[in-house]
Design a protein around this ligand. Structure first.
Ligand code: ADP
Ligand code: MG
Length: 296
């Protein structure tokens, strides 16, 4: 089962937000849900149907993440993100994108995703002088993460290569949670949503996160073949206005993929009591193989 919606009662603040931001007084609200790979998600996001069309209301709070998301939507208007109408009464209002996510994408969807990522990178070219405070915080966090990798010398050594590189890696505007469910493909274009964890971070992060939890065994959370991963990386590279060295580009992505694997392994390595299940086995194998390649 994929994303589905269910009609809901009007939630507090919805009417006020729609009135203030779009002059809408007549509407029906539908909440988004999703069931996949053992997850059940109930989103605080609503499809709003009104006499003139459809919009999206997403609940906001006072968190830093909610502020970040709105700031980035403002920065990216005209790029591959939904139009942002503003926020009020605990909600933000955006354009509704009619499409499907990329849990199990076609090659056309992958190509469109690559083009959208390159579009963001071209708008915020890697290597310009962006505020490094987000990425410095991220590096400090990653350095601390090595504590749990101490038991795993191979992974620790490879992770060290990532830490070394992060001090000087070019930054761009990064979504921060660019998993396939945060990409909506209309059949023409992929829109990137859910920018709560966005900021100026190493350019490889979104590319890596998009691919790291996908595979073709049926055990991964999302589906993507090895050829599709290549197609994704190639499309991004082809569409970049300023191309980094190709080997460096590939290596930066692989180092960031290693981090994605390490995040999953962390919960197991931190807790010796946690059963080493199928998920652990799969990520451990992938991480070890990637670490060996990186250290060659
Ligand atoms: N602009 C949009 N157009 C269409 N669907 C959307 C839009 N924004 C959100 N959604 C749907 O709502 C879900 C949750 O929104 P998202 O911003 O990803 O929230 P969360 O931060 O809870 O993951 C998405 O996975 C998608 O199915
Ligand atoms: Mg999301």
């Amino acid at each position: 089962m994929g994303v589905y919606i269910r009609k809901t009662d009007e939630m507090p603040g919805m009417r006020e937000a729609l009135q203030k931001l779009a002059g809408i007084s007549e509407f029906e609200a539908y909440r988004f849900f999703d069931d996949f790979a053992g997850f059940h998600k109930e989103y605080d996001a609503y499809k709003v149907i009104h006499p003139e069309g459809t919009l999206i209301l997403k609940k906001t709070d006072d968190s830093r993440q909610a502020e970040t998301e709105q700031k980035i939507y403002r920065m990216c208007q005209g790029l591959c993100v939904p139009h942002f109408y503003g926020s009020s009464d605990g909600y933000m209002l955006t354009e509704y994108i009619d499409g499907t996510d990329l849990k199990s994408p076609s090659n056309a969807g992958i190509r469109a995703a690559g083009i959208s990522l390159a579009e963001i990178m071209n708008a915020f070219p890697p290597g310009r002088d962006y505020d490094r405070s987000d990425s410095e915080r991220d590096l400090a966090y990653k350095m601390k993460q090595t504590e749990y990798l101490c038991q795993e010398p191979l992974l620790l050594r490879a992770y060290g290569l990532l830490l070394e590189r992060l001090g000087s890696i070019p930054l761009t505007l990064v979504n921060g949670d660019l998993v396939p469910i945060n990409c909506i493909y209309t059949g023409k274009k992929v829109y990137l949503i859910d920018w709560e964890y966005g900021g100026f971070y190493p350019y490889s992060y979104d590319i890596a996160r998009f691919m790291a939890h996908s595979g073709e065994t049926g055990k991964e959370t999302y589906r993507l073949s090895a050829e599709q991963k290549q197609l994704f990386v190639q499309t991004i590279y082809d569409n970049l206005n300023e191309k980094p060295d190709r080997n460096m580009f590939e290596r930066d992505i692989r180092l960031a993929v290693l981090h994605e694997y390490a995040v999953i392994l962390r919960d197991y390595l931190k807790d010796p009591e946690k059963p080493r299940d199928e998920v652990f086995g799969m990520y451990y194998e992938k991480a070890s193989e990637l670490a060996r390649e990186l250290l060659q």
